[in-house]
Write a protein that binds this ligand. Structure first.
Ligand SMILES: [Fe+2]
Length: 402
């Protein structure tokens, strides 16, 4: 099997690193930056510090503070048009996953001069996105080092992924000062999402020794630091979590994401479930499903999840890995089952069928795929190690109901 490991984003990390944003923007050739954020983050002192650093470096600024829970195609298309109109030549994102996905989308559509919907799928645009600097404010999505943007097409109720080698952020600034004010209910979901990135990269059918090394180290660091990072707001643990979430995305950017993300996609698009809830609840079952065909990976993952596997059979160790994830969820206050409101039982089969096109389909495949084309044995498109059918996905959904 031929594998590639590509990660061109410069990572600047540590306390005080946010002060470098102006110099980085100048080095990237920016003269006028669109600073993308949301209403909460744009009111934080560190956001003002970043604007001051840009001004000090002589970078003019246009602002978009209107991001919400999801990156929306409508926002991206509007801002892309604005960027072209106002002569903006770079994007600086300060926020969580939806902010970074919005800014990345703007950077893509601005240079490619077509709507975001037409840029979804793998490598569906030809021109390099505008220079981008990402400042994550949650230890979570890892979008700061990812070529992918995940966007919501509100008209069609679809969550879509777009990206390719031309849409990697140019720089990521990991400054723990951005995490200081995060309340627990904000910190937990992205941390769980980050954990799914590391685990899914490790369970991928296109994993390599390089991605395995990064993925396993990310999972180990996340698992070790997440409780203290969230429950006691320990500064050191938060910094570790921020780095670990970035590492997890370096791994999944190359090994890609598996069934938790593929199955979550229709829940996010059609049932408005937040991304971390979808992938997080699915992760324990998806982990057990894929580990069953990866015998050499059972012990290393168990060790990273702090499972004492002494005396356990392989099947028992796999079950203990799923249990360790659920115990972590209990300890950090993340529900490990879908409520009937989140996923009504009568919609389980429909969701399993809608998952068929997978995470890496573009708009046209996502619209063409789904229930009409799917039967029990139809395979869910995914790079995960084990093939999953619609019937198996249905069983996993059922098992994840409260
Ligand atoms: Fe994710």
């Amino acid at each position: 099997m031929v594998t590639t490991f590509y990660m061109p984003t410069r990572i600047v990390a540590g306390a005080g690193s946010l002060a470098t944003v102006g110099d980085l923007a100048r080095q990237l050739g920016m003269t006028k930056a669109l600073v993308v954020s949301d209403p909460v983050i744009s009111a934080q002192p560190f956001h003002a510090d970043a604007l001051a650093a840009l001004a000090e470096a002589g970078i003019a600024v246009a602002r978009f503070d209107g991001c919400g829970i999801d990156a929306r195609c409508s926002h991206i298309d509007e801002q892309g048009e604005r960027v072209r109109r106002e002569g903006v030549d770079g994007v600086v994102c300060i926020g969580g996953g939806s902010v970074m996905c919005t800014g990345k989308g703007v950077a893509i559509v601005a240079t490619n001069n077509k709507p975001m919907r037409d840029c979804t799928g793998v490598g569906r645009f030809d021109i390099k996105a505008l220079p981008m600097i990402m400042v994550p404010t949650t230890a979570g999505s890892g979008s700061e080092v990812s070529q992918w943007t995940i966007v919501k097409d509100e008209e069609r109720h679809l969550k879509l992924l777009g990206g390719g080698p031309l849409s990697f952020p140019d720089a990521a600034i990991l400054d723990p000062a951005t995490l200081g004010s995060l309340p627990m209910h904000v910190a937990v979901p992205p941390a769980v999402d980050a954990l799914t990135h590391g685990v899914e990269a490790y369970l991928s059918g296109i994993a390599s020794p390089l991605t395995d090394a990064v993925a396993l180290a990310a999972v180990r660091l996340q698992f070790r630091s997440m409780r203290a990072s969230i429950n006691s707001k320990d500064g050191r643990a938060r910094e570790e979590n921020l780095v670990a979430s970035c590492m997890a995305n370096v791994a999944c950017g190359n090994a890609r994401l598996g069934h938790a993300h593929a199955l979550s996609l229709p829940l996010e698009g059609h049932l408005d479930l937040p991304h971390p809830v979808g992938v997080g609840v699915l992760l324990p079952d998806v982990t057990a499903f894929n580990l069953s065909v990866l015998p050499d990976k059972v012990r290393p993952l168990a060790e990273a999840l702090e499972v004492d596997a002494a005396g356990l059979s392989r099947a028992e160790t796999i079950a203990a890995c799923a249990a360790a994830l659920r115990q972590l969820y209990a300890d950090i206050g993340f529900a490990d089952r879908f409520t009937p409101d989140q996923l009504p039982r009568q919609r389980v089969r429909e969701m399993a069928e809608r998952a068929v096109p997978g995470l890496y389909a573009g708009f046209s495949e996502a619209v063409a795929g789904g229930p009409a084309a799917a039967g029990d044995r139809t395979v869910i498109a995914s790079p995960a190690a084990r093939t999953m059918t619609v019937a198996q996905a249905e069983r996993i959904f059922d098992n994840c109901l409260a």
